[in-house]
Design a protein around this ligand. Structure first.
Ligand code: MG
Length: 267
């Protein structure tokens, strides 16, 4: 299933199931409204209401209530372009949920920030309360996958001791357009990731190039922290990161997860 959150004039944000034309043959892409929060562990109930996808505005498919964990330098070629090797110990950091925005919303360059970079990434959406997850149970705690742009203020990342604002400023985490819940671990570990800036291809990687794969990340992180439903793990970015100018549009595409597009503007 492809689960999205959307808004339509006069309606509260609502969850829906995306029905792509490619699935059904000849009909336009639609979204079927469901009741409740699918991440709350209750069965999905269709309300019977259905809209064309272009009639609604997609929102971030999840607003994590608890935490977002980013993984640094998890692709060898990206570690190299950043001037280093893959870290011996897992390099992880937190992003606050106030950095989350949805598809199409602007990324806002904060005042005083000179260098904004995109980082196209596969995001794991956790579906269960879990701690000390053994490798064979990892598939059971994952709800699905979506696309993340781990927006980074590269100048602040270099100058600040901690990455609180370099990674955590408002609007620094575009997410979406939907959560795909039917990928196996094997499939999620073999997805192409491409990032374009104004139609110019900048990143062209594949999740099979991750140094620590999905299973390893969940096992390692849950040795120290409890994960809750709706928590996210951003699995790292392939090579090809770079600065973007105000007005440029960043699009990240991952097989089966669609395309996430956001434009950079100045505060
Ligand atoms: Mg990143």
């Amino acid at each position: 299933m492809r689960i999205a959150r959307f808004a339509k004039d006069g309606m509260d944000p609502t969850y829906g199931i995306i029905e792509l034309a490619v699935d059904s043959g000849e009909h336009p892409d639609t979204i079927a409204t469901i009741s409740g929060d699918p991440l709350a562990g209750v069965p999905v109930n269709y309300t019977g209401e259905r809209f064309h996808l272009d009639e609604v505005r997609l929102l971030s498919p999840v607003i994590p209530r608890s935490k977002i964990i980013g993984i640094g330098k998890n692709y060898a070629d990206h570690a190299k372009e950043m001037g280093g090797a893959v870290p011996e110990h897992l390099l992880a950091f937190f992003k606050p949920n106030t950095s989350v925005i949805g598809p199409g919303e602007p990324i806002i360059r904060p005042a005083g920030c000179d260098e904004i970079s995109y980082e196209g990434e596969l995001a794991i959406v956790i579906g269960r309360f879990c701690k000390e997850v053994p490798a064979e149970r990892v598939k059971d705690v994952i709800f699905g996958y979506t696309i993340a742009n781990d927006v980074t203020a590269r100048d602040w990342q270099r100058t600040d001791g901690q990455w609180w604002r370099a990674k955590g400023s408002d609007t620094f985490l575009p997410l979406g357009p939907w959560i795909n819940t039917h990928l196996s671990l094997e499939e999620a570990g073999h997805l192409s990731i491409q990032t374009t800036v104004d139609d110019d291809l900048r990143q062209d990687g594949n999740t099979r190039e991750m140094v620590r794969g999905i299973t390893d990340l969940v096992v390692e992180l849950t040795k120290s922290v409890t994960l809750l439903p709706g928590d996210l793990i951003l699995t790292g970015t392939p090579a090809g990161v770079g600065a973007v100018a105000d007005g440029q549009e960043i699009s990240i595409s991952i097989d089966g997860l669609g395309t996430l597009t956001n434009k950079l503007i100045s505060e």
